[in-house]
Ligand binder design. Structure first.
Ligand SMILES: [Zn+2]
Length: 65
């Protein structure tokens, strides 16, 4: 058992990590509140919110009433 004899090319730069899988590639609809791109395709009808605003809206609606 001698690990030192193992000569592997290990100096490659770290490859790009595969990002989270999305439904597809853009164009994405803009968030109606902050105009950030959302996770929804541009063809989505109605109000589109980015994850952040979606979360805030959920909080707001949860607290109101
Ligand atoms: Zn937003």
């Amino acid at each position: 058992m001698d690990d030192k004899t193992e000569t592997r090319a290990y100096c490659e730069p770290p490859s790009e990590r595969p990002g989270p899988v999305t439904a597809g590639e853009g164009p994405f609809a803009e968030c109606v509140l902050c105009r950030e791109p959302t996770e929804y395709p541009e063809s989505t009808k109605g109000i589109t919110l980015c994850p952040v605003c979606e979360w805030r809206e959920a909080e707001r609606t949860a607290c109101s009433g």
